[in-house]
Design a protein around this ligand. Structure first.
Ligand SMILES: [Zn+2]
Length: 460
């Protein structure tokens, strides 16, 4: 029977043979050293002249100090949480808004940043850096997704059309652009760097999936830009160009052979592209919580549950404005967690929109920084329970430049397993307490309806 040191040595040989990076091999070297130290300790304690007597295992806290030092170094080196960020994401520049439309004509005033501004992404990254979170995470590189990878959902005509449209310098400001290959809605602003940024954001999502499935990291947060969950196979929609979540789920199945992927989209807007992609697919459980009857119109009703083999695997949870922390938590505890346990995914993707926050300018859901921390924590626990912790979070919306960084840090903290003690931006505001405690009659009705409806297909 092989001992721990021998097993670690064999793993090391295999690692070198297939050129696995040092961040993987170093922990194995340390494990081998630890086992050898234990072995040496036990040999020392064997009593001479009593050959049949087994060596006595001693309590761990009595062992050589070197063993504990090695374990400390190991735990410091194996960063559990990956962080995906690339300066190229920032090349998707949505510019400013300075025009007021009138029924007849328009006028201009001082510019303000587009809601989906590069500025917010930068502030989030700076917040993660400044708070010390980045230092606790392992950087995972982004890359440009290949055309074949993107074509797992989008048409080749759309990909080529978008490449050409961006290269032509068209910005599509304020009006729908339509062509034979697809369309770009009036809200999705393009800049010269948008196509490259979208490829890197998609590739970043794929690298995050690879890093988690291959075990380089335990879980990952992908601070992506532009977002993806509204994009359809031939439509850029709602600030989104390529649907990174759909492509990432296909990638996990095609490249790693996964059979069940769960997507939880807590962006305040419905994840229409995800629903469209997997509507007839029982291999992807697509859950979306969103403000009811909001955006995009016609998507996200409770009754939309999938078609054919996919019936039951689309789970919409429309919630009323003002749901707040308690309502969101109840939706997770009463619906998402039990459904997730029954589906038993091999990987969980979260589409993280921080636009359900109480300070967001485009929606009205009243979730606080602490509320986001709770949702993240629940999903970390679910992933630990059903799929060995495999969890990848993809950045989606969030339009409060002041508050999104706070909420993002609160989402990342449970992934890393720490609480840095960041004080809420408006910690003393009475409105904050209200957002944390409100549970309206409308929320109760919405949750009852969702439980009753989805209870026809899931045990709730
Ligand atoms: Zn959104």
């Amino acid at each position: 029977m092989l001992g721990g040191a021998q097993i670690a040595f064999m793993e090391l040989v295999v690692c070198f043979a297939v050129r696995i990076p040092v961040r993987v091999t170093l922990p194995i070297v340390l494990a081998a050293c630890r086992e050898m130290a234990l072995l040496a300790f036990e040999v020392k304690r064997c009593v001479p002249g009593q050959p049949g007597k087994p060596c006595r295992r001693v309590r761990f806290d009595h062992l050589f100090p070197v063993v504990r030092i090695i374990d400390t170094v190991k735990s410091m080196h194996i960063s559990r949480t990956g962080l995906i960020f690339d300066e190229r994401f920032l090349a998707h520049d949505t510019g400013v808004e300075d025009t007021v439309m009138m029924r007849r004509g328009s006028f201009r005033l001082s510019p303000v940043s587009h809601p989906s501004s590069t500025f917010i992404t930068k502030r989030v990254k700076e917040f993660l850096d400044g708070s010390g979170l980045t230092a606790q995470m392992l950087p995972v590189e982004a890359r440009a997704a290949t055309e074949d990878e993107v074509a797992a959902y989008h048409t080749h005509e759309y990909i080529a059309g978008m490449r050409g449209l961006v290269a032509s310098g068209a910005q599509v400001p304020g009006k729908m652009f339509q062509a034979s290959w697809g369309c770009v809605d009036e809200e999705t602003v393009l800049s010269p760097g948008s196509f490259t940024a979208a490829l890197y954001a998609t590739g970043g999502a794929l690298n995050a999936v690879s890093a988690v499935i291959e075990g380089h990291v335990h879980n990952a947060y992908a601070l992506l830009r532009p977002p993806g969950h509204h994009a359809m196979c031939n439509q850029a929609l709602g600030f989104c160009i390529f649907n990174d979540a759909v492509i990432a789920a296909h990638y996990a199945r095609n490249v790693y052979g996964l059979e069940r992927v769960m997507i939880v989209d807590w962006d305040v807007h419905h994840g229409n592209g995800i629903q469209d992609a997997f509507y007839q697919d029982a291999g992807v459980l697509a859950v979306s919580l969103h403000q009811e009857d909001w955006y995009p119109k016609g998507w996200g009703a409770l009754e939309q549950i999938g078609r054919g083999a996919g019936i039951g695997y689309t789970v919409n949870i429309p919630l009323p404005p003002g749901t707040g922390d308690r309502g969101y938590r109840a939706a997770f505890e009463q619906l998402i967690l039990p459904i997730g346990r029954q589906f038993c995914p091999q990987l969980i993707l979260i589409i993280a929109g921080q636009d359900a926050s109480w300070l967001d300018p485009v929606a009205h859901m009243m979730v606080t920084m602490d509320g986001y921390r709770q949702l993240s924590s629940l999903m970390v626990d679910l992933a630990g329970e059903v799929c060995a912790g495999r969890l990848v979070i993809l950045q989606a919306g969030g339009y409060s430049a002041r508050y999104v960084p706070y909420c993002t840090a609160a989402i990342v903290e449970p992934l890393v397993g720490i609480d840095l003690g960041v004080v809420d931006l408006y910690a003393t505001a009475p409105e904050l307490r209200r957002c944390q405690t409100i549970f309206s009659h409308e929320t109760q009705i919405a949750l009852d309806a969702a439980r009753s409806w989805h209870g026809q297909r899931w045990k709730l």
